[in-house]
Design a protein around this ligand. Structure first.
Ligand code: MN
Length: 426
């Protein structure tokens, strides 16, 4: 089925700024509270939030097989479970409804009052009920940097890394939407030199991780696996993902089982899920891999996406400073490799599961996706525009992730993924 929603020549009768992340070619999906405190599934064009529940009740999705209440829900899980064909039909229809050539809704003010809100009138919620959350470790530069800093620069990349998309199972209970404050975590840290008593208290090395996460639909039964050629059909879309990390807690706890309390206190996501369909024009060649992958991980083609990524730090009383510019295309393992690997043992994947990419670091020092790497574990503090310095994240700092894909015709963005760090409560 053609993705007519992606037509770059299409214009909307809604006003959209030229540099908006949300032109009519984007049509992301999210969940919001209206000014009347009603929760609904919606999309966004420019700075307008569109109530899909109201559109459906008014008959605008006629002819598309949808249950009556599919958009009158507080999560996208059921809609995602409907599958790729339905996502395409709905995106294509939304594009038609808001197309500058189509006057049906444009000229019906009673309907418009029910359907269209300004972004300031609504409050974004978590878009999915995340059943399971997995975080990968798929940037070679990041894994090499962290291996050098935490272990041994000579053997930074462990021998398995080039053969397996490494990952771990995280906690879905602490995944929060952009704008939710993050409390500095408390925990144990490595004993000070010459002592054998662990430290305990608020984390001193609080960090962000610049990641993206993909959201899946229901994919396989227990015991079955997803062949890599089919994996893409089960990916609904992507969000920006800040996998907040307490490096001192992590450094003491992570051997032998990996991340635990240093990671599971909070992960912030951007609230609009940008579909893989909308990102179709931004496919780029897969990275060249050092070893030929095993057959179940082998796939030629363009499964990587050119998405510009940025991180800024904003101290409470001053302007932000951009500290990192990276790109999603730097990932060594692609999403389809990750999903094929995740299910090769028969582990079932469900609608609304979230798969973090791992920190996305690029080849240059200004493209590293965490303070751990940017400040090289505190050895090279970063200078902010207000003259202050950061080795890690201070209380009352806001960390802002941004992402967009752009070509000569269209710009598809994710909006912002922000979180302000609040002091620990001891
Ligand atoms: Mn991570």
């Amino acid at each position: 089925m053609e993705i007519t929603a992606n037509n770059p020549n299409r214009k909307s009768w809604l006003t959209v700024d030229v540099d908006s992340d949300f032109p009519i070619q984007n049509i992301p999906f999210g969940v919001f509270l209206t000014k009347d405190d009603i929760i609904t599934i919606g999309t966004r064009i420019g700075d307008y939030a569109i109530d899909l529940g109201a559109l459906h009740q008014l008959g605008y999705f006629e002819g598309i097989p949808l249950t009556d209440d599919i958009f009158l829900q507080d999560t996208l899980n059921d809609f995602i479970a409907d599958g790729r064909k339905t996502w395409r039909l709905v995106r294509n229809r939304i594009a038609d409804i808001f197309d500058a050539e189509n006057h049906k809704l444009r000229d019906n003010s009673a309907h418009k009052d029910k359907v269209i809100f300004t972004m300031t009138e609504i409050e974004m919620q978590l878009p999915v009920n995340v059943g399971d959350y997995t975080d990968f470790y798929a940037s070679k530069e990041h894994a090499t940097n962290v291996g050098s800093l935490f272990r041994d620069p000579e053997n930074a990349l462990l021998p398995n890394w080039l053969h397996i998309p490494i990952g771990y199972h995280g906690r879905s209970s602490s995944i929060i939407p952009s704008g939710t404050p993050v409390r500095r975590p408390i925990g144990q840290s490595r004993p000070a030199e010459g002592t054998n008593k662990p430290g305990f208290g608020p984390s001193k090395l609080l960090d962000f991780e610049l990641e993206m996460a993909f959201i899946t639909t229901v994919a396989n039964d227990l015991g079955d696996r997803i062949p890599i050629e089919e994996a893409e059909d089960y990916i609904f879309g992507l969000v920006l993902f800040n996998d907040w990390s307490a490096r001192d807690i992590q450094g003491w706890e992570y051997v032998p089982l990996g991340p635990f309390l240093g990671k599971n206190f909070a992960s912030t996501i951007s609230p609009w899920i940008v579909t893989l369909d909308a990102l179709e024009p931004f496919r780029v060649d897969n990275p060249k891999q050092v070893h030929e992958p095993l057959p179940y991980l082998k796939k030629e083609g363009k499964d990587s996406y050119d998405i510009n990524l940025q991180v800024a730090i904003k101290p409470e009383e001053s302007k932000e400073t951009v500290v990192c510019n990276s790109n999603f295309k730097y990932m060594y393992w692609t999403m389809v490799q990750q999903l094929a690997h995740h299910t090769v043992n028969g582990c079932p994947v469900n609608a609304g599961d979230m798969m973090g990419s791992g920190t996305i670091s690029g080849p240059t020092k200004d493209s590293y996706g965490s303070m751990l790497e940017l400040s090289w574990k505190g050895q090279n503090p970063l200078k902010l525009n207000d003259g202050s310095e950061r080795k890690f994240i201070n209380d009352n700092d806001t960390v802002i992730l941004r992402g967009y894909a752009k070509n000569n015709e269209v710009r598809i963005g994710f909006g912002e993924c922000t979180g302000k760090v609040l002091p620990a409560v001891e």
